[in-house]
Design a binder for this molecule. Sequence first.
Ligand SMILES: Nc1ncnc2c1ncn2[C@@H]1O[C@H](COP(=O)(O)OP(=O)(O)O)[C@@H](O)[C@H]1O
Ligand SMILES: [Mg+2]
Length: 224
Amino acid sequence: MTPHPEQDGFTVWFTGLSGAGKSTLAEMLFHELRRRDMRVELLDGDVVRTNLSKGLGFSREDRDTNILRIGFVANLLTRNGVATIVSAVSPYRDARSECRAQIRDFVEVHVHATVEECARRDVKGLYQKAFAGEIKGFTGVDDPYEPPQSPEIFIDTMVEEPDQSLERILGSLARFGYIADGARLVHEAAEHSGLTDLDGAIGADLAGRHSAAEADDGDAGAAR
Ligand SMILES: Nc1ncnc2c1ncn2[C@@H]1O[C@H](COP(=O)(O)OP(=O)(O)O)[C@@H](O)[C@H]1O
Ligand SMILES: [Mg+2]
């Protein structure tokens, strides 16, 4: 048997509006942690809705069920020593708190951009549909987003480039003692993890991406 170095698990939980930058930062962090030879998993809201939470809608109850399922899996991974990354809108404070209560080592990252800025980016064209009424119950448009009151990390993507945000996250994880080296180790293009639905030119150092999920409806609201 090969001996494995001990690794304490933790969960980095990205919450924020659709288009705020959760998947971008989750993907970049994934590669940094892998480069450190850590066991890493990434649970992305848009992808989870195509498997673990397939069939769930966007009512408050279904959204909470989705988040609690993700939290349940994140806890299993975390307690088995996996560095676990979650990127999901997770709009409700109570559901996030329940996940925090379950998971011992929990780092909440509020990825912030205003609705106006997310709509300007409109990465998936969903805001346009939400404003046109083609999508009902879209987070930030006609469904609530309850921002964290005291996240471990606050990222303002209106004023920072993804590179800078990643560097701040790594610095915080090092300060919290979850990683030894808070410096950036990945500078070259990395293969897409296949665990987020990113495509196109997102993030300076990621290339060769493909669309992992045909999650056209997104994690923020339901197409009608
Ligand atoms: N500091 C930043 N961190 C992450 N993304 C950013 C940042 N600044 C600008 N962006 C851009 O915002 C968009 C975020 O898209 P995405 O990561 O798919 O959002 P989400 O997963 O939250 O819906 C990308 O186009 C990304 O390049
Ligand atoms: Mg995303």
